[in-house]
Design a protein around this ligand. Structure first.
Ligand SMILES: Nc1ncnc2c1ncn2[C@@H]1O[C@H](COP(=O)(O)OP(=O)(O)OP(=O)(O)O)[C@@H](O)[C@H]1O
Length: 647
């Protein structure tokens, strides 16, 4: 049969499948192929009688797809090349696609270039099911499992001479990251000829996935275990990145399946997965020959052998407050809190990491003091003699942020300074770069920033050669970066690069040491010459402690400045505080109303009359400040009678 005849026959098969919903050519185990054909017809509206040419995306689009998995591609390279060496002689080519099915890496025989390109076995080829129809990559993406799409399993008649085998590669959180595929232009007829290809592809996909996992969690302790004592160190199947309390922060696919078998997908402690105590885990020696210990799995009762993989930066693995001493005194950091448990933990971690070059991510609501913490870390570190450069990614217009951050050379663009400009990253050389509101950094710049962090060099706008920089990066945000990653607005690899450790700042309303913060902020404002020497009286302190501070420490700073401007004799009383810091005025009003003239329809006017237009007294009764009473009077057009005091 000629190729044309075979294609014609295939089109007929699919058309009859469309009409009858069954196909004798599909074996029962091809249920998944049948489902994909159905999707092609019902969901994507593909027409089997109109075979499509392979779609190769433009160079620019390819770059964008490659950039989005940049760090992963670096890790995957060795595994991909090794697999290709094993299969090239058998006539296979290798494709690595991103999670959308775009081929971001390709290894094939140059001599067959033309044929491969035509068949879509090429860099930049789009193998999404939506475009290419049923195929190994696209169907693997949709079904989330490894498969072989052999010859007439393909939907599109152009592909029926191909045999393709794909396996998914997941990131440490279980999301699809990439698809590994091996394909051949020609192959023997039986489907079973590809069984070995399927096993090999799955094996390498797992190896690459694990290499990426270990890379991502290189700064953390990884608990690696396997049913075989001999294999655990070379190729242990189950990987768990753990913190100092033995909590699992991430697991590879095999590890996750062990957790699920436990009926607990997240928040699992190793001590509830295996019959052991925390000290049994930490007593596994890192540096001795016999590094393996046996543990019994709680559910199955099976024995697993475990080893620990040491973090590259030891201290980040010991997030637990009892794993390392935290009583070291670091005045710059100690000053930020008194007795609040969350702050104690945060500052303990900051102390341990202040002299490490690991990226830090500071999380907290707006105004909780993220920049203040970043400065304190810088001041207490060996970088303190060099610059601390703060960049607010949300405040710089998108059009300027690139040149502000990376700088530019003379004549780089119209309007540029004649001598060029050193960007903020370069200004922070030797010191600390604080990237505030990192969640607002445009995606394209995230890619460039990732390179800076990975390679320690920047390329100013318009420059030919990169410049070396060595700065410690502390990033901060009040946004949920996990959600931004899910919506494609933030790069997962940048997140992991920035997040060597997370430092959380509680909101002011939650802090057990609010009084310390209030006193410290006041002292700070006075020391800085921003306020004269004032004192907070007890009634004001009670009100400040009772308030929930939605604007956190920034709001506190403003409230104290306001109160100082209103107070007499350098003493801040409750009356001097802004309204919002006091009791709800409506509630206050009801208590005032009780003892004023019931015939007066306006309670404020009644109160003013009752207290002989003594605004301070009325304010005190309402529990608000004098300016508030004046504002209310203005709003209600109430005018105080002239010479009231003489009446
Ligand atoms: N421990 C502190 N002592 C004195 N002042 C503080 C302290 N923490 C924060 N502040 C003050 O509170 C204000 C807000 O602090 P900062 O800018 O660090 O908050 P932030 O969390 O970075 O805010 P944003 O999310 O809006 O960027 C600043 O005026 C800062 O000086």
């Amino acid at each position: 049969m000629t190729m044309q005849q075979a294609q014609r026959r295939h089109i007929d098969t699919i058309l009859s499948y469309t009409d009858e919903g069954v196909c004798a050519a599909l074996s029962p185990e091809s249920e998944l192929i049948g489902r994909s054909w159905k999707r092609c017809i019902d969901e994507y509206g593909l027409d089997p009688s109109q075979p499509r040419r392979a779609r190769i995306v433009t160079h620019q689009t390819l770059r964008e797809h490659q950039d989005s998995v940049d760090e992963f591609l670096n890790v995957a390279r060795a595994g991909v090349e090794q697999l290709y060496m094993n299969i090239a002689k058998l006539g296979y080519v290798l494709l690595l696609t991103d999670h959308r099915g775009i081929t971001v890496q390709f290894l094939g025989d140059r001599r067959s270039d033309q044929r491969l390109r035509k068949a879509g076995l090429y860099l930049g080829a789009d193998w999404s099911e939506k475009y290419a129809g049923t195929c190994a990559v696209g169907t693997c993406i949709e079904e989330g499992q490894a498969l072989t799409c052999h010859r007439v399993d393909h939907f599109d008649a152009t592909h029926i001479s191909l045999t393709c085998t794909s396996a998914p590669i997941l990131d440490p959180l279980g999301n699809l990251l990439a698809v590994l595929d091996i394909s051949a232009l020609d192959s023997p007829d039986p489907h079973s000829s590809q069984t070995f290809a399927l096993h090999l592809t799955q094996l390498y996909a797992r190896m690459i996935e694990d290499a990426y996992f270990l890379r991502r969690y290189r700064n953390q302790t990884v608990f690696r275990c396997d049913a075989s004592r001999e294999f655990v160190q070379v190729n242990g199947q189950y990987l768990f990145a753990i913190d100092g309390d033995g909590c699992v922060e991430a697991a590879n696919t095999a590890g996750r399946s062990l957790m699920w078998s436990h009926g607990n997908g997240s928040d699992t402690k190793l001590t509830s997965l295996f019959e052991c105590e925390l000290r049994d885990i930490w007593s596994i020696p890192y540096d001795q020959d016999d590094q393996v210990r046996a543990f019994r799995h709680c559910i199955s009762g099976n024995t697993f052998f475990a080893a620990l993989i040491q973090p590259r930066i030891k201290s980040t693995a010991f997030a637990s407050s009892d794993a390392l001493p935290t009583d070291e005194s670091v005045p710059e950091l100690d000053a930020l809190a008194a007795d609040d448990p969350v702050m104690r933990r945060t500052l303990g971690l900051a102390k341990r990491l202040r002299n490490r070059d690991v990226g830090l991510l500071v999380l907290g609501e707006t105004g909780t003091g993220k920049e203040v913490l970043a400065r304190a870390i810088h001041q207490s570190s060996h970088r303190s003699r060099r610059a601390f450069v703060a960049v607010n990614c949300a405040a710089i217009p998108e059009s300027l942020i690139e040149s502000e951050l990376f700088g530019y050379v003379a004549g780089a663009f119209t309007g540029a300074r004649a001598r060029g400009m050193r960007g903020m990253i370069q200004q922070a050389d030797g010191g600390t770069l604080f990237l505030d509101e990192i969640g607002d950094m445009p995606l394209q710049l995230q890619t460039r920033l990732l390179r800076v962090l990975a390679e320690g060099e920047i390329l100013p706008v318009g420059a030919d050669s990169p410049v070396k920089v060595n700065c410690r990066v502390i990033a901060a945000t009040h946004q949920d970066l996990g959600q931004l990653i899910e919506h494609g607005a933030f790069r997962a690899d940048l997140y992991y690069r920035l997040n060597g450790a997370t430092l959380r700042l509680p909101s002011l309303g939650e802090r057990a040491d609010r009084q310390h913060v209030i006193n410290r902020v006041l002292t700070h404002l006075i020391d800085q010459g921003q306020l004269p020497d004032v004192r907070i009286r007890a009634d004001a302190m009670s009100a400040l402690l009772a308030y929930d501070w939605p604007g956190n420490i920034r709001q506190l700073v403003n409230a104290l400045a306001f109160a100082e401007a209103t107070c007499d004799d350098g003493q801040i009383t409750a009356n001097d505080l802004p309204d919002e810091c006091l009791r709800d005025p409506a509630i206050a009003a009801t208590s005032v109303e009780r003892d004023v003239d019931p015939d007066e329809s306006d309670p404020l006017l009644a109160a003013l009359k009752k207290y002989r237009w003594n605004v301070s007294e009325v304010a005190r009764r309402y529990g608000v400040s004098r300016p508030t009473i004046y504002r209310w009077m203005q709003q209600q057009a109430i005018e105080a009678p002239r010479f009231q005091s003489k009446i």
